[in-house]
Ligand binder design. Sequence first.
Ligand code: ADP
Length: 243
Amino acid sequence: AQSEEALQREQTNERLSQEPGKTLLSVNQVERIFQVGGRSLHVLKGIQMEVKQQQLVMLKGRSGSGKTTLLNCLGGLDTPSKGEIIFNGKPFSTKSDDERTLVRRRDMGFIFQAFALMPLLSAWENVELSLRMAGTPRSQWKERVEECLTLVGLEKRMHHRPFELSGGEQQRVAIAKAIAHKPILLLADEPTAELDTAMSAQVMAVFQNIIRTENVSICMTTHDLTILEVADHVYEMVDGKFI
Ligand code: ADP
């Protein structure tokens, strides 16, 4: 609990000096092997990659190529069988589960394909909930919720509930929710998969906006070829390896 308190106290993006181009995340020879029914399934086969500050990095590849497994390792939800992940200058994948959870809660935000909003809560309440979970002092909620919903272009939709919003708007609420506690890395698994081209473009525009205004880096998986051009870097995964 004590270390949690210490982490909460420094819970501000100010701890990350703005140095666009500086390495934020590096992945060194990562392998992931699952044991399935007495057999070894080699899913990641020596992954080498980097995400720099204020970069938008995309992982593309067919279904089953290993993108989600890699993303889970980057977010500390899973750990590599071999190799290492360094995050913000410190070993990450080799930390204990508890330590990784603390770093994840403080420094990372997650966005999923299916928006993952609380259906009965308004956009405002959804973002507020995320601040509550992160332990942000209540006195800061109002200002930060307003700021985040404005950043994603939903200043006129703050009190709508998910079912009153389009898919693209719902995903933008999810983004507001993911950045509310000021993470330095956003991990997104197929964030545009359920959206049409116009809505996908809006979501990507929001990503590009928050990269600069919030000093955040983004790593996302996609199989949508129309959005690849906005990436700073694209890694293509084939059968657990980058080509
Ligand atoms: P993608 O995101 O590119 O579709 P995944 O990372 O989800 O690929 O899956 C890659 C491969 O790893 C698949 O064959 C999948 O069945 C396997 N896999 C993923 N997670 C596990 C697990 N927990 N146990 C066993 N096999 C897994």
